[in-house]
Ligand binder design. Structure first.
Ligand code: ADP
Length: 396
């Protein structure tokens, strides 16, 4: 009897899955359905036993994808019976103040996730579709919700309330939530393990730098501050998102340029960040290439991005009273030696140094030996965190 747990991440036109065998935490198969709902068929790409394959799957909904996935598991002899799947863990974008941790899904939990849809209109409704598709097609299998926001529920009030009229928090729930919690928690846990230390012993700053980017300050194993806010638009400059700007720019654009709310939202979410400033691309690989050729607009974008990362690391050093461990993760954090180097330049006064060679070679530990803070590159793995959390909840 196998003990398999599935991690599910449903997006508006995609559904990602990874299946792990427990207790070994061995990845058995992973894959991605794409172009869901865009025509009569969707694309499935998957890796099984290190072999990549792709398929065209007839169907138009997330439920069609789930039904196909379950049939596929039997056909590929990954399971002989669906009862070998002992749990399904879903990534859920927003848990609001309801969920300080992951939880098994029952009708009450599902209602609460639905009630938070106004806070994450692009994500929660799609996550719910994934959950309901599994409830229908695998009704006896326990399902868990793992929230992007939960890890940050430990922030102190002074760090999550905005300096707006307090009634906006009390009556409307407008506050900093923070996102990427699963990733920050995972890399901080893994890095502490690698160092042979307890996470509780370390003052940690975790930099999740991908297309979306956020930084988190972790003290005694808990998030105490993070750069994303009420929405994932806040904080650092990102691939296409502006991050923190003077809020009066919005009212100015509305009043003086007669831009609509929709136009302003699109500008801030889709046309800003690296894309907006570099005038080249939202992808840092393209911007880096232009930067190395001395292209001025690329240089400006890189300096702005790395400057904001550096300023946030400095602010969080102040929040924590120093840094023992600085972590870089996600697409940019794991791959861009240049961005890691520029972001840490001038931080020697905080004990943060970078060894150029180790950095260039993407070593796991990249600080100079004399540096007081450990600087690490840690590949994130949100799916592994999701199946671990699901497994724990099932075993309780
Ligand atoms: P998300 O999950 O938020 O979509 P990822 O964590 O996958 O993002 O990161 C994607 C980004 O990582 C890409 O937009 C690209 O800018 C960056 N990236 C990936 N590989 C490299 C690389 N080798 N060098 C620099 N940047 C990279």
């Amino acid at each position: 009897m196998k003990d398999l747990i599935i991690a599910i991440n449903s997006g508006s036109s995609s559904l990602k899955f990874q299946i792990y065998q427990f207790p070994e935490e061995k990845l058995v198969v992973k894959g991605l359905f794409e172009r869901i709902g865009l025509s009569e068929a969707m694309d499935l790409t998957y890796s099984l036993a290190d072999k990549k394959s792709s398929h065209l799957v007839i169907g138009t909904t997330h439920e069609d994808a789930v039904r196909f996935l379950l049939r596929f598991l039997i056909k590929q002899h990954i399971v002989s019976d669906l009862s070998e799947i002992t749990g399904v863990g879903h990534r859920v974008a927003h848990g609001g103040e309801f969920f300080p941790g992951s939880c098994l899904i029952d009708s009450d939990v599902l209602e609460k996730i639905k009630s938070l849809s106004h806070l994450a209109p692009l994500h929660n409704p799609i996550n719910i579709m994934g959950i309901e598709a599994f409830q229908k097609n695998l009704p006896n299998c326990p399902q868990a919700a793992v929230f992007d926001t939960s890890f940050h529920q430990t922030m102190p009030e002074e760090n999550y309330v905005y300096p707006l009229p307090y009634t906006l928090y009390k009556e409307e729930g407008i506050r900093r939530f923070g996102f990427h919690g699963t990733s920050h928690q995972y890399v901080a846990t893994e890095a502490s393990k690698t160092l042979g230390k307890k996470i509780e012993e370390l003052k940690i700053v975790s930099c999740h730098l991908g297309n979306g980017a956020s930084i988190c300050a972790i003290k005694e194993g808990r998030s105490v501050m993070t750069s994303m806010g009420f929405t994932p638009l806040a904080g650092l400059m990102m691939g296409t998102r502006c991050g923190d700007i003077d809020p009066s720019i919005l009212t100015y654009l509305s009043r003086e340029k007669h831009m609509s709310i929709e136009e302003i939202e699109k500008m801030m979410n889709q046309d800003s960040g690296f894309k907006g400033v570099s005038l080249i691309s939202s992808d840092t690989r393209d911007v880096e290439e232009a930067y190395k050729k001395g292209e001025p607009q690329a240089k400006l974008a890189m300096n702005m991005f790395c400057g904001r990362v550096k300023q946030t690391i400095g602010a969080y050093a102040a929040e924590l009273g120093g840094i023992d461990l600085l972590i870089f993760t996600a697409g940019i954090g794991e791959n861009s030696a240049l961005i890691r180097q520029l972001s840490c330049e001038g931080l020697t006064f905080l004990g943060i140094t970078i060894d150029p060679e180790k950095n260039q070679q993407n070593h796991s530990i990249i600080n100079q030996e004399a540096g007081q803070a450990v600087v690490m590159v840690v590949p994130t793995n949100e799916e592994l965190m999701i199946v671990r959390e699901t497994n724990q909840l099932i075993e309780q």
